[in-house]
Design a protein around this ligand. Structure first.
Ligand SMILES: [Zn+2]
Length: 167
């Protein structure tokens, strides 16, 4: 995203880094994105997307950022806005599996790409078979439901310590 915005003329150089279909193909390949079709029209469409992305990065208005990003996702998923928050909505003729697949898939792909494989973990509690995706900044989360599984482990440890002390 950052890379795309910064290919515009005047950012890294005077020329457009995505000036033609070959440059766009290289850019997509370089980011392991690929595309089945790249025509002059697609190049123009990408330029238009790039111009819409930049203000979304620059703005200090988080609500405006979400709203602008939601418009960009519209061909795939409908998003309802609530200030800075957003919620994916089932458009008519969109099955629940479809929307959950898109939203869940994009979420997982984003974490995989930006945070890496070790953010996908099983819960550390012995009595829980949950799994979770750790999107916390430090990345040290251990339980699928920290207030619940973490407490159960603490309670169990506490009881074990007390038993050991009392015997
Ligand atoms: Zn758990």
């Amino acid at each position: 995203m950052t890379d795309l915005v910064n290919t515009a003329p005047g950012v890294w150089s005077g020329v457009d880094q995505l000036g033609d279909d070959a440059a766009l193909r290289d850019f997509l390949d370089g980011h392991r994105l690929g595309a089945t079709r790249i025509t002059a029209d697609d190049v123009a469409d990408v330029h238009a997307v790039r111009e819409r992305l930049r203000p979304l990065v620059e703005t200090a208005d988080a609500g405006g950022r979400v709203a602008g990003a939601a418009v960009l996702t519209e061909p795939v998923v409908r998003v309802a806005l609530d200030g800075d928050a957003w919620v994916a909505v089932l458009a008519e003729d969109t099955g629940a599996a479809e929307v959950l697949g898109v939203v869940g898939g994009l979420g997982l792909l984003s974490v995989q790409r930006h945070l890496g494989s070790d953010r996908f973990r099983p819960c550390a509690s012995d009595t829980c078979s949950g799994v979770f995706v750790d999107v916390s900044r430090p990345g040290r989360r251990r339980y699928c439901m920290p207030g619940h599984c973490g407490n159960r482990v603490n309670v169990a440890n506490h009881r074990a310590r007390r038993r050991a002390r009392d015997t």
